[in-house]
Design a binder for this molecule. Structure first.
Ligand code: WT7
Length: 691
């Protein structure tokens, strides 16, 4: 690794100066915004509040602020009573007596419970009156629509769980899923859950190398994939990418590959070859396994459900481990209260199943409450910027959950696209992934929600498993740009690096002071990293990696990551991964990746690179390096700018001074102490190059 993590103190200093993307605190232009200054820091300029629309509140699960307060108090004071009641709809084959056992940093929830997660998501609905209700409405990029009822989805899941068992998959085995946005991906996840196998979904946009690393890290025995997915009319050759990943000896744990045929004959470019004794056609496998059992494997509460890899500030991606009962409880309760899901809703979360948002709020959460979920295969602007709104109109979507980066792209494309469609079915709009700037928030409310729909900004992380900060849509006023108040059972705080609480209005570190059911349990294969990363920074509490403030009303305003993790268009990218991809290029000596504020993506990825002596730096070389990163990690991680430098600015101890590079990338003047800079001329040259 070219460099070490940035010290926390450095990040804090930046935070207290308020240096950040600036997006969240753009000056208010609306006439509704008060012009008077506030007692708070000038960074908290947004004063507008929006009460829950009366028509919404009347029918909401939680329709009054006092009700929220009462439930919140109960969740902290009598967690056992709270969770017993709130998990009553879930299928626990054996109930629990101990709600929580907490031996820092390890939590066990619903200790004695036994269950199979797929029963709560499927069987209970099939036997409970929802058997003919649509569970999934899939729209392919081509416009083709396939609907699966709860009964049909259960049948598919049963069939694949037989198939998996016929391949020798047993509880605890790891299964990698490398698929696009297709109902098969949902079936795959639930079938793993049914047999007690631990799935690791690898986002279909990841490159074969990234797939290889994840398979190797968790020792997957089976890979579930599809021949190809469609994206902007082109085939993403997933199966061929699996073949490539499996050429590495690091993936020798893989015994079987199961391939779903999604592409029709009109896509010869998606043609695949099947490797004898390793590859199986999905349908044939399921048919041949008719004799195998599809009975749900009843597992203990803390049985691993899935591993999801996510970027950290250093090293390789971490395998975040989620377990069964607690995770299910977390996503179930938040789906019900945050999205206020009811039986007549048509719910659409636009995330990819490869990210945690897809896991929790396309699959496990909404299905556990028996919702109808839309699944869309393609790009938001294919064939044009009207695609999302056409989908809303066509399927009568009532709840839409998307990301600020998408909202900003829609803003830019122009309101004529949404205006050209009937969006009257919508009743709630959600946002996730990064701080939403007030302009985008207001646009979302006015142009998409037609001022009728509450907006819920939801803060959470891969590690938290479910939403932790939010304004409940029927009960609590929303403030544009604030992610609101703690969800039930969540006790956040803003502290300094010693753990001392920070007064309202001032910036600090966002921490969580008690465990919540869906929190990660460890980092797969590296419990020490889990301790260090989340419980090693500040004694006794979970450290989120985010900087935030709390205002005088107790609302949280998340500023963003204070570690070296970037958030590019809602995708979490570790600078260390980018840097090691760059130095794997034969011409690169050293590299540093930083974020630069970007109107559309939130952050853009800028890399500073030193190349071997004698290599001439040219624009084609910059493009080649950017392309190389895209190839190592996946296109979404391709740098937006590559800048060459003779040397990187470093401290005397050899740490790259990212703060300076960030300033250079953003075209800002650097403030703060520069006395540790080894070679001032480096900075001067980088600057000069700007002019
Ligand atoms: C990081 C987690 C949670 C699913 C998507 C991302 C940032 C997420 C918000 C929000 C401000 C947010 C944080 C967090 N983030 N949602 N509503 N407001 N920031 O999951 O990839 O694990 O990233 O995303 O910085 O730490 P993830």
């Amino acid at each position: 690794m070219p460099n070490g993590p940035k010290p926390l103190s450095d990040a804090l200093e930046t935070l207290s100066k308020g240096a950040r993307s600036g997006l969240n605190r753009a000056p208010m232009t609306s006439p509704k915004a008060p012009s008077a200054g506030s007692a708070l820091s000038s960074l908290l300029k947004e004063h507008r509040r929006f009460s829950p629309p009366a028509a919404f509140a009347e029918r909401a699960h939680v329709g009054l602020r006092e009700e929220y307060e009462k439930l919140y108090r109960e969740s902290l004071e009598s967690p056992e009573a709270f969770w017993r009641r709130e998990t009553r709809d879930l299928v626990f084959r054996r109930s629990f007596t101990t709600a929580l056992e907490w031996v820092l940093p390890h939590a066990r929830w619903f200790v004695e419970a036994e269950l199979n997660v797929s029963e709560s998501c499927l069987d209970r609905h099939v036997s409970g009156g929802r058997k003919n209700k649509a569970a999934l409405i899939w729209e392919a990029e081509t416009g083709e629509v396939v609907t699966l009822t709860y009964a049909q989805l259960l049948r598919e899941v049963e069939a694949l769980s037989r198939g998996l068992r016929s391949l020798g998959v047993v509880a605890g085995d790891r299964v990698a899923i490398y698929m696009g946005m297709h109902p098969g991906a949902v079936v795959a996840m639930l079938a793993c859950a049914r047999v007690g196998a631990v799935h690791t979904v690898v986002f279909g946009g990841f490159a074969p190398e990234a797939l290889r690393d994840r398979i190797a890290d968790c020792g997957a025995k089976v890979v579930l994939t599809q021949d190809g997915a469609l994206r902007r009319g082109k085939v993403v050759p997933l199966k061929r990418m699996v073949d490539e990943a499996l050429t590495s000896p690091a993936t020798s744990s893989v015994e079987h590959v199961v391939v779903l045929r999604r592409l029709a004959a009109e896509h010869p470019e998606g043609a695949i070859t099947m490797v004898a004794n390793r590859d199986h056609d999905w349908n044939t496998l399921c048919e041949q396994a008719r004799e195998a059992s599809s009975a749900p494997a009843v597992v203990p509460a803390e049985h691993p459900l899935f591993i999801l890899y996510t970027s950290g500030s250093t090293g390789r991606p971490k395998g975040v481990l989620h377990t069964s009962a607690g995770y299910l409880a977390g996503v179930h309760v938040t789906s019900k209260y945050v999205f206020d899901l009811r039986d007549d809703d048509v719910y659409w979360c636009t995330a990819d199943v490869g990210w945690v948002t897809g896991h929790s709020y396309i699959v496990y959460g909404p299905l556990s409450v028996g919702a109808t979920c839309v699944l869309y295969e393609g790009a938001p602007n294919f064939p044009d910027w009207g695609r999302f709104w056409k989908l809303v109109e066509r399927h009568g979507v009532t709840i839409l959950y998307t990301a600020p980066t998408a909202i900003r792209a829609f803003m830019r494309a122009g309101r004529e696209w949404p205006d050209g469609h009937d969006l009257s079915s919508l009743r709630l709009l959600g946002s996730v992934g990064e701080p939403i700037n007030p302009e985008a928030w207001i646009w979302y409310r006015e142009v998409i929600g037609r001022e009728r729909c509450p907006i819920v900004d939801t803060w959470w992380q891969t590690e938290t498993g479910s939403i932790l900060l939010v304004t409940l849509p029927g009960a609590v006023d929303a403030k544009p740009g604030s992610t609101g108040l703690p969800f039930f059972g969540v006790e956040p705080d803003i502290v300094d690096k010693t753990g001392a609480p920070i007064a309202n209005g001032a910036g600090g570190l966002l921490v969580l002071k008690r465990p919540w059911p869906s929190m990660l349990r460890t980092v797969w294969g590296d419990d020490e990293r889990f301790r260090r990363q989340y419980f090693g920074e500040i004694e006794g509490v979970y450290f989120t990696g985010d900087g935030a403030r709390r205002d005088e009303d107790g609302y949280y305003w998340v500023v963003g990551r204070i570690d070296d993790v970037l958030n590019v268009a809602g995708h979490r990218i570790g600078t260390a991964e980018i840097e090691s991809a760059l130095v794997s290029h034969p011409l690169v000596v050293e590299a540093a990746a930083v974020g630069r504020p970007d109107e559309l993506k939130g952050q853009a990825l800028v890399v500073f690179v030193t190349v071997r002596q004698g290599v001439t730096v040219t624009p084609p070389l910059a493009e080649e390096l950017a392309e190389h990163v895209g190839q190592c990690l996946g296109k979404f991680a391709k740098p937006d700018a590559v800048r060459f430098t003779d040397a990187l600015p470093k401290t005397r101890s050899g740490k790259i001074m990212r703060r300076l590079l960030k300033d250079v990338a953003a075209g800002r003047e650097s403030t703060g102490d520069m006395s540790t800079l080894e070679d001032f001329s480096v900075l001067a040259r980088l600057r000069a190059e700007e002019e």
